[in-house]
Structures are given as structure tokens and as C-alpha cells.
Design a protein around this ligand. Structure first.
Ligand SMILES: Cc1cc2nc3c(=O)[nH]c(=O)nc-3n(C[C@H](O)[C@H](O)[C@H](O)COP(=O)(O)OP(=O)(O)OC[C@H]3O[C@@H](n4cnc5c(N)ncnc54)[C@H](O)[C@@H]3O)c2cc1C
Length: 433
């Protein structure tokens, strides 16, 4: 069936940015149609309950920067339960197979403060931009552990690959809230009733004429304007051909913001053994180098029988290439270091791990973007690009400087792109509420 033609705005992608853009277009009185390649909405925020018996977020799960996160009031208005993750989380830090003492954890916190101070001091010197690796403290007992967490685990990339100035521009302060129903489920509800067509990949966008034409396997859709929200990984791979080609500065901006990878390996408990960990426990271990392949874990969120491992950066890409079985084996080895192989074999169901596939999914091609050293300005270039007289715009997590890499950043950038497109189309101002 051919897609209906002729909306004011065609939106490519039904992730957070696309959903926010569609809601904002409709609020401005513009018709729109969202074309989504996958058979579901939410993009990199996806809650699944079938395989683990309770909601599990394959992608985003935390509402970061909650006091300033546009999704928090929307979730509250729906009556969804949000748990303050920082208030309920209990850290369990291991050195080898033993738990760190309170004094050692104090030293870890001091190392984190030193990391933040060193990075801020180097950034205060201003350009030229350097790799984050050049600014971080080294040599202290916990320095590599902190750097591993801020690089591969949080930023999903190695420290050498991360722009220092982009890193400091991103603000992910607490509170961090966890929706009990899942962050993907929240987005699914926010997409309800919107004009979205799933299973409809856009292969080419022709933007040289008065209408913008989007080619799909089921026909061509013509719209007055278009907002493209696919990841920079998808853009860089050339999965959508642009005719005429995108300007060089825009292609450089996309290439300067590759996606890192964060992979989750989620287990269910086999019986009553909860590894002496309370609900919402977070597990870290000491590492000798920021580049060591290592996992952190979150145990039993909401009292569920889920134990979720996280591996980021180069190790995650290596495991994505090696396959899901290798990722599960790696996670079991990591847990065996802390609890012993026999106990882990008894405590976790086999074979039942869910391994997320963001690295191999052709519609994401990674987890979230980081700017390469020297490319700290790339987010603004992509966010402000106004092609076809302002009728072709880009949105998504990569387009937000302060909330880069997050659902909140994607959401706000989708809203901003819709407002910009509405202005280009001469839409009347949004009615006052
Ligand atoms: C493991 C993991 C953990 C994360 N944790 C958090 C977290 O705790 N908190 C947080 O805020 N963020 C987190 N993030 C990041 C967050 O998920 C993303 O920043 C955000 O969801 C991106 O939204 P988006 O709309 O920019 O892009 P996407 O969600 O990628 O949406 C783009 C959509 O475009 C579609 N698409 C691609 N190509 C085409 C095409 N050719 N035609 C049509 N459609 C196409 C895709 O299928 C996708 O649905 C995490 C991400 C991952 C992977």
C-alpha cells in the first residue's frame, strides 16, 4: 500500500525526537506523517517484557537531569511511578573478589572528584579541543576505574575518541529517575494517536524542488517540509541518500559525531539466591586500565529478578562482532570473578540472557553519539542546518549540546526542529495555553 501523500511535514524516525517533533507539529496546526523503519516506535528507547517476564529497557532507562527533563512532567501526568535511582542505589565495589572497604570507597569518590576537577580545569583553557584522555588524572589506585566509567561505560567510547569540550558541555546531573514501566514504554504512550507508519524505511530524500520527496519501498511521499531524526550512525552509513547531496560541512559534522556502543546483557535469577545484593544494587570492579574490558551491573531493579550488565566502548563493539553468545559468556565471566563460577552458574538461569543488539541494528548502528576530539562544534552545525529554505532540518540526540546522547536531548531537539520548520512554512504561532 502506498503511503498517503501530502502532509505538511514528513518526519523520518519515530524515536524520541520524531515523536516530539510530531506532537509539536500537530500543536502548531501542521499535518505530519512519521515514517519509521522498524516495526515499533521508540527507537533507542525500547521496553520489552516478554523475554524477562517484566519490563526491561534494551536502550535508555534513566530520565537524567530530572529537574530539567521534559519527559518527567509528561510521565508524572500519566501517573507513572518514577523512582529516584540515586536515592535507592547501593554501590558494591569490588577489588578482585573482595569488597572495597568504606575507606577505599571514600578514596574512589575522591578520585572521581579529582577527575572532574582535572577535566574542568583543562576545558577552562578553551580551544584547541583535545581528547578527554589527555585531561584525566593517571597513576592513582582508582584513576583508571573512574576513567573507565566516564569513558566506555557512561560515554560508550574510549577516552581517546571523546572531545574534551563536548564532554564538559554535556550536563547529566542528578536526579536520575527510573520509570517503573520502562522508558521505552513511556515513549510508546507518548506516541499513541500520532500519525506514524512503521516498517517504512526511507531510502532517499529529494530536497531540490518545492516539495520534499521521500522514497520508500512502498512509494514516494511528498511533503512541504521534512525533519530527519535518524542517528548519526545511520546518516554516516549512507542509509539514506540525499539528492542533492548534503553540503560538505554537514557531512563533516555527521562524521565528527559517531555513535559509541553500550551493550546490556540481562539475566534472570534461577532461584532465591540474590548474591547478597539488595534491589537496585550497582556493581563495579576496580580496573587496571581505562581500556580494560570490564562490566558494571545493576541488580534486581524494582525487586525484579533481573541482573543487568553493561559493557561500553571498544569492548562492546568487539562483543557485537563476536555475537550474543560471546557477550553472555563475557558477562558470566565478569560475575564469576566477583562471586565464583559455581555460584553464578547456580544463581542465573541458562540459557536466558537477553543481549541488546544496538551495534548490529541497521536502524541505529550504535548507542549514542560522542563528538570526536576537535569536533565539539558539530552538534550545533547539525542542529542549525536549515536546508531547502529551512524546510529540511535534522533532529535527534546528536543535535543537543547540553543533553547530548539522551532521550531528553532528542526530545527537545525534535521540538526545536518542528518549531523551526513551522516558522519556515509560515505557520501561525502556537496558540497560548
Ligand atoms: C543501551 C543504551 C542505554 C541508554 N541509556 C540512556 C539513559 O539511561 N537515558 C537516556 O536519556 N538516554 C539513554 N540512551 C540514549 C537514548 O536512548 C538516545 O539518545 C535516544 O533514544 C535517541 O533518540 P533519537 O530520537 O535521537 O534517535 P532514535 O531513537 O535512534 O530514533 C531514530 C529512529 O529512526 C529510525 N530510522 C533509522 N533509519 C531510518 C530510515 N531510513 N527510515 C525511517 N526510519 C529510520 C530508527 O529505527 C529509530 O526508530 C541509551 C541508549 C542505549 C542504546
Amino acid at each position: 500500500m502506498a503511503p498517503p501523500s501530502g502532509p505538511d511535514v514528513a518526519i523520518v524516525g519515530a524515536g524520541a525526537a520524531g515523536i516530539a517533533a510530531a506532537r509539536a507539529c500537530l500543536a502548531r496546526g501542521l499535518s505530519c506523517l512519521v515514517l519509521e523503519a522498524m516495526d515499533r516506535v521508540g527507537g533507542r528507547a525500547f521496553t520489552e517484557s516478554a523475554r524477562l517476564g517484566a519490563p526491561f529497557d534494551h536502550g535508555a532507562s534513566w530520565l537524567h537531569q530530572a529537574d530539567d527533563n521534559p519527559l518527567v512532567p509528561l510521565a508524572r501526568a500519566m501517573g507513572l511511578r518514577l523512582v529516584d535511582s540515586d536515592a535507592v542505589r547501593v554501590r558494591h565495589v569490588f577489588i578482585g573478589a573482595r569488597r572495597a572497604t568504606p575507606e577505599e570507597i571514600e578514596a574512589l569518590d575522591a578520585a572521581r572528584a579529582r577527575f572532574d576537577a582535572a577535566v574542568a580545569a583543562r576545558a577552562a583553557l578553551g580551544p584547541p579541543d583535545v581528547p578527554l584522555a589527555e585531561a584525566v588524572p593517571r597513576g592513582g589506585f582508582w584513576d583508571a576505574t573512574v576513567a573507565h566509567r566516564q569513558g566506555p561505560v557512561i560515554s560508550a567510547a574510549q577516552l581517546e575518541e571523546i572531545s574534551l569540550l563536548d564532554y564538559v558541555a554535556t550536563d547529566l546531573a542528578p536526579p536520575n529517575l527510573l520509570p517503573e514501566a520502562g522508558l521505552g514504554a513511556l515513549l510508546r504512550r507518548l506516541a499513541e494517536g500520532l500519525p506514524i507508519r512503521t516498517g517504512l524505511p526511507v531510502g532517499r530524500i529529494r530536497w531540490g524542488g518545492t516539495a520534499i520527496a521521500l522514497e520508500t519501498p512502498h512509494g514516494t511521499l511528498a511533503a512541504r517540509a521534512c525533519i530527519v531524526t535518524v542517528s548519526t550512525g545511520v546518516l554516516a552509513a549512507g542509509a539514506i541518500a540525499f539528492d542533492p547531496p548534503l553540503p560538505g560541512a554537514l557531512r563533516d559534522a555527521v562524521a565528527g559525531m559517531p555513535l559509541g556502543l553500550l551493550t546490556k546483557v540481562a539475566f534472570r535469577a534461577a532461584g532465591e539466591d540474590r548474591l547478597d545484593l539488595p534491589p537496585f544494587a550497582s556493581l563495579w570492579r576496580h580496573v587496571a586500565s581505562p581500556d580494560e574490558a570490564a562490566m558494571t551491573f545493576h541488580a534486581w531493579p524494582f525487586g525484579r529478578d533481573h541482573l543487568i550488565g553493561f559493557v561500553g566502548g571498544r569492548a562492546a563493539w568487539d562483543l557485537a562482532r563476536a555475537g550474543a553468545a560471546a557477550a553472555e559468556a563475557f558477562a558470566r565471566d565478569e560475575l564469576a570473578r566477583l562471586f565464583g563460577a559455581a555460584r553464578i552458574a547456580r544463581a542465573l538461569r541458562t540459557p536466558a540472557a537477553v543481549v541488546t543488539d544496538w551495534g548490529t541494528n541497521p536502524w541505529t548502528r550504535g548507542a549514542y553519539s560522542h563528538a570526536l576530539p576537535g569536533h565539539a562544534g558539530a552538534r550545533a552545525v547539525l542542529a542549525e542546518a536549515a536546508l531547502a529554505g529551512g524546510r529540511l532540518r535534522f533532529a535527534g540526540e546528536a543535535c543537543h549540546v547540553r543533553l547530548a546522547g539522551t532521550v531528553a536531548g532528542a526530545w527537545e531537539s525534535g521540538q526545536a526542529a518542528a518549531q523551526a520548520v513551522a516558522a519556515a512554512l509560515g505557520a501561525p504561532p502556537e496558540p497560548a495555553r
